[in-house]
Design a binder for this molecule. Structure first.
Ligand code: ASP
Length: 328
């Protein structure tokens, strides 16, 4: 069978037309709903940031931004889902620090965090809190330590799977206090905190975007925050630092990515919308009330965020290796 031969001019014209239609698509973007994938269950801290952000971004994108929860394997299932999605701007990822710790925790990831997704920008940094079931027999961190150390084999330490922020916090805690506990993984810490309130697990380290209301309502016991200074949103909760855990600071940064190959014009539109969302008064107020802080401006932009993520992947590798003997 003979194929018609395309002249060079016709080929150039076709390519030009394709390029122009790509540019037109990027210009018109978004013409339909944007899917924001959260790699943890609904109602948890990452989901909370995503839902508030989706609402703020809707205002400038002029389209609905729907949150899709794809929990499991410490967030890596959801990240992989976005890595494999069409690079058309209609699937975006909202993930956190786990994006940078997973490469050191998993022998093999189904995606390459450095090349399969491209950064849109950082969003917020959220402190963590060490909390326990409401009837946990310890009045402060010192008593907590004594109790967990002398009941090591009976303790259940919840997390959202290997690669989650709660997992990282747990690793750091266990290596700092030199104790190893049985860990119980959930698909997100929304489920973990429900189990904690119900007394099915003993303790958990989780973002303030999930724990602030529960601590204030007295539904869980709080033993410390992971920041250097106390939080204005939880002034009665001491820092772990002031209670002797001096080498222990964790801030859970969150950010947005899209699949590689997404047209630059679309990344720029998402980035501009993210910038506006970070200045949105409702988003700002909601985040501040929950102890979250907007990331420094340079890190909220694609290039600065990309650099930061790369530096975080490098920074956590030796820390995780050192704490590794306490890994699941
Ligand atoms: N806070 C969880 C974590 O451990 C994730 C979540 O449910 O949002 O990373």
């Amino acid at each position: 069978m003979k194929f018609p031969r395309l002249s060079l001019t016709a080929l150039a014209a076709t390519l030009l037309a394709l390029g122009a239609s790509g540019a037109a698509t990027a210009q018109a973007y978004p013409t339909r709903v944007v899917n924001m994938v959260v790699p943890f269950t609904a109602g948890g801290p990452t989901d909370r940031v995503a839902r508030d952000l989706a609402e703020a971004m809707r205002k400038t994108l002029g389209q609905q931004v729907i949150v899709e929860n794809a929990g499991g394997a410490g967030g890596t299932i959801g990240v992989n889902k976005v890595a494999k999605a069409a690079p058309d701007g209609y699937t975006v990822l909202l993930m956190h620090i786990g994006y940078a710790t997973a490469p050191s925790l998993y022998r093999k990831l189904p995606y390459d965090p450095l090349t399969d997704l491209v950064p849109v920008g950082g969003v917020v940094e959220v402190p963590m809190t060490l909390i326990a079931r409401p009837n946990f027999p310890a009045a402060n961190f010192k008593e907590f330590l004594n109790y967990v150390k002398s009941n090591k084999d009976k303790m259940n330490f919840a997390n959202a799977g290997i690669g989650a922020a709660s997992h990282l916090c747990g690793l750091l805690l266990m290596s700092n206090i030199q104790a190893d506990f049985q860990t119980v993984p959930f698909k997100g810490t929304a489920d973990a905190i429900t189990a904690l309130i119900g007394g099915q697990v003993d303790f958990l380290c989780d973002q303030t975007t999930n724990t602030t209301q529960q601590i204030k309502g007295g539904r869980v016991k709080a033993y410390g925050v992971t920041t250097r200074n106390r939080l204005p949103s939880l002034p009665d909760v001491p820092t772990l630092n002031e209670q002797g855990l001096t080498n222990f600071e964790v801030g859970v940064w969150h950010g947005m990515w899209v699949p590689k190959g997404t047209p630059k014009a679309i990344v720029d539109k998402l980035s501009a919308s993210l910038q506006d969302a970070l200045k949105d008064p409702t988003f700002h107020r909601n985040m501040t009330e929950l102890g979250a802080e907007i990331m420094p401006e340079a890190r909220t932009k694609p290039e600065g965020f990309g650099q930061y993520v790369r530096s975080e992947i490098t920074r956590w590798a030796p820390v995780i290796k050192k704490a590794g003997e306490y890994a699941d």
